[in-house]
Design a protein around this ligand. Structure first.
Ligand code: NAP
Length: 308
Protein backbone atom coordinates (compact mmCIF):
# COMPACT_ATOMS: atom_id res chain seq x y z
CA UNK A 1 0.00 0.00 0.00
CA UNK A 2 1.50 3.34 -1.10
CA UNK A 3 1.55 5.87 1.72
CA UNK A 4 0.70 9.42 0.61
CA UNK A 5 0.93 12.38 2.98
CA UNK A 6 -1.38 15.22 1.94
CA UNK A 7 0.50 18.07 3.60
CA UNK A 8 -1.54 21.06 2.48
CA UNK A 9 -4.75 22.82 3.33
CA UNK A 10 -7.87 21.83 1.38
CA UNK A 11 -8.03 18.03 1.71
CA UNK A 12 -11.83 18.30 1.51
CA UNK A 13 -11.45 19.58 -2.08
CA UNK A 14 -9.25 16.65 -3.09
CA UNK A 15 -11.10 13.92 -1.21
CA UNK A 16 -13.81 13.46 -3.89
CA UNK A 17 -11.21 13.14 -6.69
CA UNK A 18 -7.76 11.99 -5.60
CA UNK A 19 -8.56 8.50 -4.25
CA UNK A 20 -10.55 7.76 -7.42
CA UNK A 21 -7.79 9.08 -9.69
CA UNK A 22 -5.20 6.93 -7.90
CA UNK A 23 -7.40 3.87 -8.14
CA UNK A 24 -7.93 4.49 -11.85
CA UNK A 25 -4.13 4.71 -12.25
CA UNK A 26 -3.78 1.33 -10.55
CA UNK A 27 -2.29 2.72 -7.32
CA UNK A 28 -3.44 1.19 -4.09
CA UNK A 29 -2.92 4.10 -1.71
CA UNK A 30 -3.45 5.14 1.85
CA UNK A 31 -3.76 8.96 2.02
CA UNK A 32 -3.11 10.62 5.38
CA UNK A 33 -3.26 14.26 6.46
CA UNK A 34 -0.99 13.72 9.49
CA UNK A 35 2.31 11.86 9.42
CA UNK A 36 3.31 10.79 12.94
CA UNK A 37 5.68 8.21 11.36
CA UNK A 38 7.39 10.18 8.56
CA UNK A 39 9.70 7.31 7.61
CA UNK A 40 6.66 5.38 6.37
CA UNK A 41 5.63 7.96 3.78
CA UNK A 42 6.20 7.33 0.05
CA UNK A 43 4.98 10.64 -1.45
CA UNK A 44 4.31 14.09 -0.03
CA UNK A 45 1.70 16.31 -1.68
CA UNK A 46 2.70 19.76 -0.58
CA UNK A 47 1.73 23.41 -0.37
CA UNK A 48 4.08 25.94 1.25
CA UNK A 49 1.25 27.03 3.56
CA UNK A 50 1.63 23.62 5.27
CA UNK A 51 3.40 23.57 8.66
CA UNK A 52 5.82 20.97 7.23
CA UNK A 53 9.21 22.59 6.67
CA UNK A 54 11.65 19.79 7.59
CA UNK A 55 11.68 17.02 5.00
CA UNK A 56 14.67 15.16 6.51
CA UNK A 57 12.59 12.65 8.54
CA UNK A 58 10.82 11.49 5.36
CA UNK A 59 13.58 9.05 4.57
CA UNK A 60 11.50 6.81 2.28
CA UNK A 61 9.75 9.57 0.31
CA UNK A 62 10.26 9.14 -3.43
CA UNK A 63 9.01 12.62 -4.34
CA UNK A 64 7.58 15.84 -3.00
CA UNK A 65 4.81 17.05 -5.30
CA UNK A 66 3.92 20.70 -5.05
CA UNK A 67 0.23 21.50 -5.46
CA UNK A 68 1.26 24.98 -6.57
CA UNK A 69 2.77 25.99 -9.91
CA UNK A 70 5.21 28.44 -8.30
CA UNK A 71 7.84 26.78 -6.13
CA UNK A 72 9.95 29.69 -4.87
CA UNK A 73 8.95 29.01 -1.26
CA UNK A 74 10.16 25.40 -1.28
CA UNK A 75 12.93 25.19 -3.88
CA UNK A 76 15.63 26.49 -1.53
CA UNK A 77 14.67 24.25 1.43
CA UNK A 78 17.94 22.51 2.35
CA UNK A 79 16.16 19.61 4.07
CA UNK A 80 14.45 18.69 0.81
CA UNK A 81 16.60 16.08 -0.90
CA UNK A 82 13.80 14.19 -2.64
CA UNK A 83 12.83 14.99 -6.26
CA UNK A 84 10.47 17.99 -6.36
CA UNK A 85 7.70 18.34 -8.93
CA UNK A 86 5.56 21.41 -9.50
CA UNK A 87 1.91 21.59 -10.49
CA UNK A 88 1.06 21.75 -14.16
CA UNK A 89 -2.70 21.41 -14.12
CA UNK A 90 -4.94 21.80 -17.16
CA UNK A 91 -7.64 23.39 -14.96
CA UNK A 92 -5.17 25.95 -13.60
CA UNK A 93 -3.95 26.70 -17.11
CA UNK A 94 -7.50 27.22 -18.38
CA UNK A 95 -8.25 29.69 -15.62
CA UNK A 96 -5.04 31.63 -16.32
CA UNK A 97 -5.96 31.83 -20.00
CA UNK A 98 -9.39 33.18 -19.05
CA UNK A 99 -7.91 35.72 -16.61
CA UNK A 100 -5.31 37.01 -19.05
CA UNK A 101 -7.68 37.09 -22.03
CA UNK A 102 -10.34 38.90 -20.00
CA UNK A 103 -7.98 41.55 -18.67
CA UNK A 104 -6.28 42.04 -22.04
CA UNK A 105 -9.67 42.56 -23.71
CA UNK A 106 -10.74 44.99 -20.97
CA UNK A 107 -7.79 47.22 -21.76
CA UNK A 108 -7.79 46.60 -25.50
CA UNK A 109 -11.46 47.55 -25.86
CA UNK A 110 -11.26 50.40 -23.32
CA UNK A 111 -14.25 48.92 -21.51
CA UNK A 112 -13.81 51.05 -18.39
CA UNK A 113 -14.84 54.27 -20.05
CA UNK A 114 -18.26 52.85 -20.89
CA UNK A 115 -18.77 50.88 -17.66
CA UNK A 116 -17.92 53.85 -15.45
CA UNK A 117 -19.37 56.89 -17.21
CA UNK A 118 -21.03 59.12 -14.63
CA UNK A 119 -20.99 62.09 -17.04
CA UNK A 120 -22.95 60.08 -19.67
CA UNK A 121 -20.34 61.05 -22.27
CA UNK A 122 -21.09 59.81 -25.82
CA UNK A 123 -17.51 58.82 -26.63
CA UNK A 124 -17.73 57.30 -30.08
CA UNK A 125 -13.96 56.61 -30.45
CA UNK A 126 -13.66 52.98 -31.55
CA UNK A 127 -10.70 50.93 -30.32
CA UNK A 128 -8.23 49.47 -32.82
CA UNK A 129 -8.73 45.84 -33.78
CA UNK A 130 -6.61 43.21 -32.06
CA UNK A 131 -4.17 42.83 -34.94
CA UNK A 132 -3.15 46.46 -34.31
CA UNK A 133 -2.39 45.87 -30.61
CA UNK A 134 1.06 44.33 -29.98
CA UNK A 135 1.21 42.17 -26.87
CA UNK A 136 4.33 40.78 -25.18
CA UNK A 137 4.58 37.88 -22.76
CA UNK A 138 7.52 37.72 -20.38
CA UNK A 139 7.58 33.97 -19.74
CA UNK A 140 6.63 31.40 -22.35
CA UNK A 141 6.16 28.33 -20.17
CA UNK A 142 3.03 26.31 -19.54
CA UNK A 143 0.98 29.38 -18.68
CA UNK A 144 2.57 32.10 -20.81
CA UNK A 145 2.43 29.98 -23.95
CA UNK A 146 -1.18 28.90 -23.38
CA UNK A 147 -2.21 32.55 -22.93
CA UNK A 148 -0.11 33.64 -25.91
CA UNK A 149 -1.88 31.11 -28.13
CA UNK A 150 -5.31 32.31 -26.93
CA UNK A 151 -4.45 35.91 -27.80
CA UNK A 152 -2.93 34.85 -31.10
CA UNK A 153 -6.23 33.17 -31.94
CA UNK A 154 -7.87 36.58 -31.45
CA UNK A 155 -5.35 38.08 -33.93
CA UNK A 156 -3.17 39.99 -31.44
CA UNK A 157 0.43 40.18 -32.68
CA UNK A 158 2.20 38.33 -29.89
CA UNK A 159 5.84 38.36 -28.84
CA UNK A 160 7.22 36.12 -26.13
CA UNK A 161 10.38 36.12 -24.03
CA UNK A 162 11.96 33.18 -22.26
CA UNK A 163 15.29 32.06 -20.81
CA UNK A 164 16.07 29.55 -23.56
CA UNK A 165 15.52 30.05 -27.32
CA UNK A 166 12.21 28.84 -28.73
CA UNK A 167 10.70 28.44 -32.16
CA UNK A 168 6.91 28.62 -32.03
CA UNK A 169 4.86 29.00 -35.22
CA UNK A 170 3.22 32.43 -35.49
CA UNK A 171 4.95 33.80 -32.41
CA UNK A 172 7.89 36.22 -32.39
CA UNK A 173 10.20 34.80 -29.74
CA UNK A 174 13.14 36.33 -27.90
CA UNK A 175 15.32 35.03 -25.13
CA UNK A 176 17.87 35.94 -22.54
CA UNK A 177 18.99 39.35 -21.39
CA UNK A 178 19.88 40.34 -24.95
CA UNK A 179 16.37 39.64 -26.23
CA UNK A 180 14.43 41.55 -23.60
CA UNK A 181 14.55 44.98 -25.19
CA UNK A 182 13.38 43.66 -28.56
CA UNK A 183 10.61 41.67 -26.86
CA UNK A 184 9.32 44.79 -25.10
CA UNK A 185 9.76 47.21 -27.99
CA UNK A 186 6.39 48.62 -29.10
CA UNK A 187 4.46 46.39 -26.68
CA UNK A 188 1.13 47.98 -25.80
CA UNK A 189 0.22 45.25 -23.32
CA UNK A 190 2.85 43.34 -21.31
CA UNK A 191 1.96 40.20 -19.37
CA UNK A 192 4.42 38.78 -16.84
CA UNK A 193 4.20 35.01 -16.37
CA UNK A 194 7.69 34.28 -15.08
CA UNK A 195 8.63 32.32 -11.96
CA UNK A 196 10.07 34.21 -9.01
CA UNK A 197 13.83 33.52 -9.12
CA UNK A 198 16.88 35.68 -8.41
CA UNK A 199 17.15 36.28 -12.17
CA UNK A 200 13.57 37.45 -12.70
CA UNK A 201 13.12 39.74 -9.70
CA UNK A 202 12.47 43.37 -10.69
CA UNK A 203 12.47 42.39 -14.37
CA UNK A 204 9.97 45.21 -14.84
CA UNK A 205 11.91 48.21 -13.57
CA UNK A 206 12.41 51.83 -14.64
CA UNK A 207 14.62 50.80 -17.59
CA UNK A 208 12.45 47.99 -18.93
CA UNK A 209 9.15 49.83 -18.40
CA UNK A 210 10.62 52.57 -20.59
CA UNK A 211 11.15 50.01 -23.41
CA UNK A 212 7.42 49.48 -23.97
CA UNK A 213 5.18 51.65 -26.14
CA UNK A 214 4.20 54.86 -24.33
CA UNK A 215 0.97 54.31 -22.41
CA UNK A 216 1.37 50.52 -22.30
CA UNK A 217 -0.61 48.36 -19.90
CA UNK A 218 1.05 45.89 -17.51
CA UNK A 219 -0.75 42.74 -16.40
CA UNK A 220 1.05 40.71 -13.72
CA UNK A 221 -0.43 37.36 -12.77
CA UNK A 222 3.10 35.90 -12.28
CA UNK A 223 4.65 36.91 -8.97
CA UNK A 224 4.91 40.20 -7.07
CA UNK A 225 8.72 40.46 -7.02
CA UNK A 226 8.83 40.52 -10.85
CA UNK A 227 7.96 44.21 -10.59
CA UNK A 228 9.84 47.06 -8.94
CA UNK A 229 6.79 48.60 -7.22
CA UNK A 230 8.25 52.11 -6.92
CA UNK A 231 9.32 52.13 -10.58
CA UNK A 232 5.86 51.02 -11.66
CA UNK A 233 4.18 53.78 -9.65
CA UNK A 234 6.56 56.34 -11.16
CA UNK A 235 5.81 55.01 -14.67
CA UNK A 236 2.05 55.19 -13.99
CA UNK A 237 2.34 58.73 -12.63
CA UNK A 238 4.48 59.81 -15.58
CA UNK A 239 2.17 58.19 -18.17
CA UNK A 240 4.67 55.72 -19.66
CA UNK A 241 2.38 53.01 -18.26
CA UNK A 242 -1.34 53.80 -18.47
CA UNK A 243 -2.64 51.02 -16.24
CA UNK A 244 -1.44 48.02 -14.24
CA UNK A 245 -3.60 45.03 -13.43
CA UNK A 246 -1.89 43.16 -10.62
CA UNK A 247 -2.85 39.78 -9.18
CA UNK A 248 0.26 39.04 -7.13
CA UNK A 249 2.31 41.09 -4.70
CA UNK A 250 5.50 40.99 -2.65
CA UNK A 251 3.37 40.74 0.49
CA UNK A 252 -0.02 39.02 0.33
CA UNK A 253 -2.62 40.04 1.28
CA UNK A 254 -1.44 43.40 -0.06
CA UNK A 255 -1.05 45.63 3.03
CA UNK A 256 -3.84 48.19 3.41
CA UNK A 257 -1.36 51.07 3.32
CA UNK A 258 0.33 49.98 0.08
CA UNK A 259 0.11 52.79 -2.52
CA UNK A 260 -1.26 50.36 -5.13
CA UNK A 261 -4.63 50.27 -3.32
CA UNK A 262 -5.25 53.98 -3.74
CA UNK A 263 -3.70 54.40 -7.17
CA UNK A 264 -6.35 55.26 -9.80
CA UNK A 265 -4.39 53.46 -12.53
CA UNK A 266 -3.98 50.17 -10.67
CA UNK A 267 -6.46 47.29 -10.62
CA UNK A 268 -5.86 44.79 -7.86
CA UNK A 269 -7.14 41.24 -8.01
CA UNK A 270 -6.39 39.19 -4.87
CA UNK A 271 -4.26 36.33 -6.30
CA UNK A 272 -7.24 34.79 -8.07
CA UNK A 273 -5.88 34.45 -11.60
CA UNK A 274 -5.43 30.70 -11.48
CA UNK A 275 -5.91 28.20 -8.72
CA UNK A 276 -5.00 24.53 -8.86
CA UNK A 277 -8.25 22.64 -9.52
CA UNK A 278 -8.53 19.47 -7.48
CA UNK A 279 -10.49 17.61 -10.14
CA UNK A 280 -7.82 17.99 -12.83
CA UNK A 281 -4.81 18.17 -10.50
CA UNK A 282 -5.74 14.78 -9.01
CA UNK A 283 -5.24 13.21 -12.44
CA UNK A 284 -1.79 14.83 -12.72
CA UNK A 285 -0.78 13.61 -9.25
CA UNK A 286 -2.02 10.08 -9.92
CA UNK A 287 -0.16 9.92 -13.23
CA UNK A 288 3.07 11.10 -11.60
CA UNK A 289 2.82 8.57 -8.78
CA UNK A 290 2.11 5.85 -11.35
CA UNK A 291 5.23 6.93 -13.21
CA UNK A 292 7.36 6.89 -10.08
CA UNK A 293 6.04 3.46 -9.10
CA UNK A 294 6.84 2.01 -12.54
CA UNK A 295 10.27 3.65 -12.84
CA UNK A 296 9.24 6.14 -15.53
CA UNK A 297 10.59 9.71 -15.37
CA UNK A 298 8.51 12.15 -13.32
CA UNK A 299 6.63 14.91 -15.09
CA UNK A 300 7.17 18.58 -14.20
CA UNK A 301 10.40 18.12 -12.24
CA UNK A 302 11.79 21.32 -10.76
CA UNK A 303 15.37 22.20 -11.66
CA UNK A 304 16.77 23.34 -8.31
CA UNK A 305 19.65 25.27 -9.84
CA UNK A 306 17.34 27.28 -12.15
CA UNK A 307 14.84 27.70 -9.34
CA UNK A 308 11.75 26.70 -11.33
P1 NAP B 1 7.00 27.53 -16.40
O1 NAP B 1 6.29 26.55 -17.28
O2 NAP B 1 8.13 27.06 -15.57
O3 NAP B 1 7.48 28.73 -17.34
C1 NAP B 1 8.31 29.74 -16.88
C2 NAP B 1 8.73 30.58 -18.07
O4 NAP B 1 9.56 31.64 -17.58
C3 NAP B 1 9.56 29.81 -19.08
O5 NAP B 1 9.25 30.23 -20.38
C4 NAP B 1 10.99 30.20 -18.71
O6 NAP B 1 11.92 30.13 -19.76
C5 NAP B 1 10.78 31.64 -18.32
N1 NAP B 1 11.89 32.12 -17.49
C6 NAP B 1 12.31 31.65 -16.29
N2 NAP B 1 13.40 32.35 -15.89
C7 NAP B 1 13.68 33.25 -16.86
C8 NAP B 1 14.69 34.21 -17.05
N3 NAP B 1 15.66 34.40 -16.13
N4 NAP B 1 14.67 34.95 -18.17
C9 NAP B 1 13.73 34.76 -19.12
N5 NAP B 1 12.73 33.84 -19.01
C10 NAP B 1 12.71 33.10 -17.89
O7 NAP B 1 5.98 28.24 -15.40
P2 NAP B 1 4.40 28.42 -15.59
O8 NAP B 1 3.69 27.19 -15.23
O9 NAP B 1 4.15 29.04 -16.91
O10 NAP B 1 4.11 29.48 -14.41
C11 NAP B 1 4.72 30.76 -14.42
C12 NAP B 1 4.48 31.43 -13.08
O11 NAP B 1 3.11 31.82 -12.95
C13 NAP B 1 4.69 30.52 -11.86
O12 NAP B 1 6.05 30.39 -11.54
C14 NAP B 1 3.92 31.23 -10.79
O13 NAP B 1 4.79 32.12 -10.14
C15 NAP B 1 2.85 32.02 -11.56
N6 NAP B 1 1.49 31.57 -11.25
C16 NAP B 1 0.58 32.48 -10.78
C17 NAP B 1 -0.72 32.09 -10.49
C18 NAP B 1 -1.76 33.08 -10.02
O14 NAP B 1 -2.85 32.69 -9.61
N7 NAP B 1 -1.49 34.36 -10.08
C19 NAP B 1 -1.09 30.75 -10.68
C20 NAP B 1 -0.14 29.86 -11.16
C21 NAP B 1 1.14 30.27 -11.45
P3 NAP B 1 12.30 28.72 -20.43
O15 NAP B 1 11.06 28.33 -21.23
O16 NAP B 1 13.44 29.02 -21.29
O17 NAP B 1 12.57 27.77 -19.29
Amino acid sequence: MTQIFFSAPGWDEYEPFLPAALEAAGISADIVTEAPAPAAIDYILYAPTSPLQDFAPFTRAKAVMSLWAGVERIVGNQSLTQPLTRMVDPGLTESMVEYVTGHVLRHHLGMDRHIINPGHIWDHACPPIARQRPVTFLGLGELGLACARALQALNFPVKGWSRSPKSIPGLATFHGEAGLQEALRDAQIVITLLPNTPDTQNILNADTLAMTAPGAVVINPGRGPLIDDAALIAALDGGQISHATLDVFRIEPLPQDHPFWAHPKVTITPHVAADTRAVTASQVIAENIRRAETGEPLLHLVDRTRGY
